[in-house]
Design a binder for this molecule. Sequence first.
Ligand code: DAK
Length: 258
Amino acid sequence: MTAYAHIETEIRGRVGLIRLARPKQLNALNDALAHEVVAALEAFDADAEVGAMVITGSEKAFAAGADIAEMQPKSVSEMIVEDYLGVWDGIAAIQKPIVAAVRGYALGGGCELAMMCDFIVAGDDARFGQPEIKIGVLPGIGGTQRLARLVGRNLAMDMVLTGRMIDAAEAKAAGLVARVVPAAETLETALAAAETIAAYNLPAVILAKEAVRRAEETTLAEGLRFERRAFHAAFATEGQKEGMAAFLEKRPPRFSGR
Ligand code: DAK
């Protein structure tokens, strides 16, 4: 497995696990770490032994945001020419589902990274925020767009304009996270969810992820048309025949991944 400097990766069962590993900086997202996370996701996406991924951080912080020390001296020309942190756009091209397991702080780019994942499992000690306004800027990798779509304009404006953090319970009530669990169970819950996903018919999983993602980007009519065609396409997979036959024969399915 590739050696990384700022993250740790491993495969557990059929799940590719990525742990952000800059604990002293509360997993602040520097440029090198961003490249490593996207490279690791791409490697897992291409690995037939992996069916889903989990991204996690430490107990204290999923990630406290982009690395302020790295960012502070940058000129606008550098930001534009380097496309600083633009590498995160690569997550949108990952086909297999990604679950975020969040404990502690998920702030700024950390909250944005969690939102780029397909769903969030939060420990009851998780705290989410977009505090960029406090350091003179604004969210830059989706914090104004994904947050507003997930929680609505009122709470998004509150968080983005005041920098207020919300706790796991408020995040759950607002629809930012899928599940809240006791803090110590966060990673195992996310891994179990990912393992469940990884056991299903992979082409159907990929189509299902893509169809739900469409809901954020298109009209209802277009989204429904896409869903219908994706549903039809599932009938070209071995997994559809196997899954339905297994149900009728009252036995567990054995999916081939094709
Ligand atoms: N960057 C760099 N270092 C950080 C950091 C960060 N975001 N957050 C924490 N650290 C470092 C601290 O400086 C400290 O380092 P030492 O002093 O030990 O050397 C260490 O981590 C421990 O932090 P604290 O001592 O502050 O710990 P506390 O428990 O007292 O406080 C905290 C925890 C999370 C409340 C606090 O650390 C904090 O407020 N951190 C900053 C949170 C923040 O403002 N996050 C947003 C960052 S801006 C872009 C797209 C996106 C972005 C940028 C560009 N483009 C497309 C171009 C995103 C921007 C952001 O995310």
